[in-house]
Design a protein around this ligand. Structure first.
Ligand code: CU
Length: 363
């Protein structure tokens, strides 16, 4: 594995300058940072995925062109039935401290991502986002990951809530395989989890992400608690009636087709969320991206408090919005004093208009 692996695009470009490496070398460097994708247009040249001739180990994922973990130009396959729309329940049940057994199965699934658009996705447990998990600081998480034998390609799970060698526990496995490992949730927060198999962008952009809330061991004060996972979809028509991910758009060559809360554009406009007047609301926001920031705001409310990473140590007060970058999380607390339809948005309104909008019906 390279010790000088660039971690950002600019880092990769600097590496290109400093090392005066060739294009293939650059691609390998960029791929090492998980930046490259299966096939990209560079100028007028279509460049194949950079893979070393040598077989690497089954190491992480995020990662090196020489690892065996890359899925190359694999993309969700646009065929088969479309699952009936299921509302993603935004309400978060409370949880008690204690060891938690969590199992995730990677499944290829066709889903609706808006009222009229069906999508061939790669998923965790058949939904986009995957299930929201909730544990308590200090809990042991016993995690089992497997891939449906009928899945079309390899995957992995990277928990932002864990501290672990990624090449060991975020490793890529193939359809039909399974493995388990455990970690202690040491840090409270609203964390992303996602597939980290390269090209990471393709796997996240295809739907492989979700949220894990780690409550502080002291607990949160009572509130109506909601989870909003923001993410965006970059789609192209497969010609079969199903949309598929468009990698070129994902890499910054176009706008997202949809920006969503909990995986479906305008989900909570079509199905407003009922909240109670005069009782505190706490919204956990996890931004799974892959690319776009969230300026999370509720029209008609002021956040009494916000917590960066949803960690009570990171307390802010009197906020009109909270900024959540891709791969990050936060929570906000507010109370509405009068009945009404309060509108949660990504206040980058172009993205609200693409579906990142929800009605909180206070009664
Ligand atoms: Cu994956």
């Amino acid at each position: 594995m390279t010790g000088d692996r660039p971690t950002t695009v600019s880092g990769a470009l600097e590496a290109l300058d400093q090392l005066t490496i060739g294009r293939r070398g650059f691609l390998q460097k960029a791929t090492a940072a998980g930046l490259m994708f299966p096939a990209m247009a560079v100028g007028s040249t279509r460049v194949a995925f950079a893979q070393d001739d040598e077989e690497g180990d089954d190491g992480y994922v995020g990662s090196d062109a020489s690892t065996a973990g890359s899925t190359g130009d694999a993309s969700p396959i646009a065929e088969g039935e479309v699952a009936e729309f299921q509302l993603y329940d935004p309400f978060l049940p409370t949880v008690e401290p204690g060891d938690k057994d969590i199992e995730i199965v990677a499944i290829d699934k066709n889903l609706a991502v808006s009222r009229k658009v069906n999508y061939a996705g790669w998923t965790f447990d058949g939904s986009i986002p995957g299930r929201t998990f909730r544990v308590v600081e200090g809990d042991t998480v016993n995690f089992t990951f497997s891939i449906d034998p009928n899945a079309s390609t390899a995957h992995s799970v990277d928990f932002h809530s864990a501290k672990t060698p990624p090449e060991v526990n975020y490793r890529t496995i193939t359809p039909g395989e399974s493995f388990s490992w455990s970690y202690t949730a040491t840090t409270p927060g609203a964390f992303m989890y996602h597939c980290g198999t390269p090209p990471v962008l393709m796997h996240i952009g295809s739907g492989m992400y979700g949220a894990m809330i780690v409550d502080p061991k002291e607990g949160w004060s009572p509130a109506q608690e909601l989870i909003f996972v923001q993410s965006e979809f970059y789609l192209k028509d497969s010609g079969t009636g199903l949309m598929v991910p468009d990698y070129t758009l994902m890499t910054g060559h176009g706008s997202p087709t949809f920006v969503t809360f909990n995986g479906y554009a305008n989900q909570y406009v079509e199905n407003p969320i009922s909240i109670k007047v005069g009782e505190p609301v706490r919204i956990f926001v996890v931004n799974c991206g892959p690319n776009i920031w969230s300026s999370f705001h509720v029209v008609g409310a002021i956040f009494d408090k916000g917590y960066i990473n949803a960690n009570p140590y990171n307390e802010l007060r009197g906020l009109q919005s909270i900024t959540v970058g891709p791969g990050d999380g936060a929570c906000v607390e507010f109370t509405v004093d009068e009945p009404g339809d309060y509108v949660a948005v990504n206040h980058a309104f172009g993205h609200a208009s693409q579906g990142a909008i929800a009605i909180l019906q206070a009664r």
